[in-house]
Design a binder for this molecule. Structure first.
Ligand SMILES: [Zn+2]
Length: 209
């Protein structure tokens, strides 16, 4: 598949061979970076959109630079360690109270505890994740040398993804996981942020020039 080979060569250049590329299912144009396996995952929808000429190689480059930002700034080891310790503590508490309460209460307690952990994680992760996304966008624009092209990529992907017909249940599941595991800022918000940053840089250039 020639389209995929071109994307592979591009990823090789951007990540300098330090990440694997994997194509996963999904009709939407999406990508993510898995730091534990050092893998950039692209959806089949993304590869297909490039193969059909709906997005250009420069658009793919913008996406890959964003994921390179994820690799550069997102080091989740401490977060994973905290998560693991929290789960160990939770399991320990549950085992400790097994002898004290009846099974019915134990189930509700366990559920309550798990929901509490998830909500706490969501409260912590959401703002951090939103800030990380904006930082990765800045990282991508700096490496591409063009705010305009990166904004054009964001807008193009947003428009194409809106036109993709996926079943409402999958869309709802995606939205639920998004809210639970750390929100992404809306495309409009990302675009606005970059435009404001661009203006600040232009003003600064003029002031010092
Ligand atoms: Zn991201």
């Amino acid at each position: 598949m020639e389209a995929l080979n071109e994307i592979r060569r591009l990823a090789e250049r951007i990540f300098c061979g330090e990440a694997r590329l994997k194509v996963i299912g999904g009709r939407l144009i999406q990508a993510d970076y898995n730091p534990t396996t050092r893998t950039v995952r692209l959806t089949r929808g993304l590869v297909e959109a490039y193969r059909r000429g709906h997005i250009t190689l420069r658009n793919v480059e913008a996406i890959l630079w964003h994921e390179h930002g994820e690799k550069t700034y997102y080091k989740p080891r401490k977060l994973l360690a905290v998560l693991f310790l929290t789960l160990v503590a939770a399991v320990h508490i549950i085992f400790c109270i097994i002898h004290l309460v009846v099974v019915y209460h134990m189930i509700w307690f366990t559920l309550g505890l798990l929901v509490g952990i998830c909500l706490t994680m969501a409260c912590f992760c959401s703002p951090l994740n939103r800030a990380k996304e904006l930082l990765c966008d800045v990282h991508a624009t700096v490496n591409m040398g063009s705010v305009k092209e990166f904004i054009a990529t964001l807008s193009r992907i947003d428009k194409l993804n809106r036109d993709v017909k996926i079943n409402p249940l999958s869309r709802f599941r995606g939205l639920f996981m998004e809210k639970l595991c750390g929100e992404h800022p809306e495309t409009q918000e990302r675009v606005r942020f970059l435009e404001r940053l661009k203006k600040v840089c232009e003003n600064k250039g003029r002031a010092s020039g």
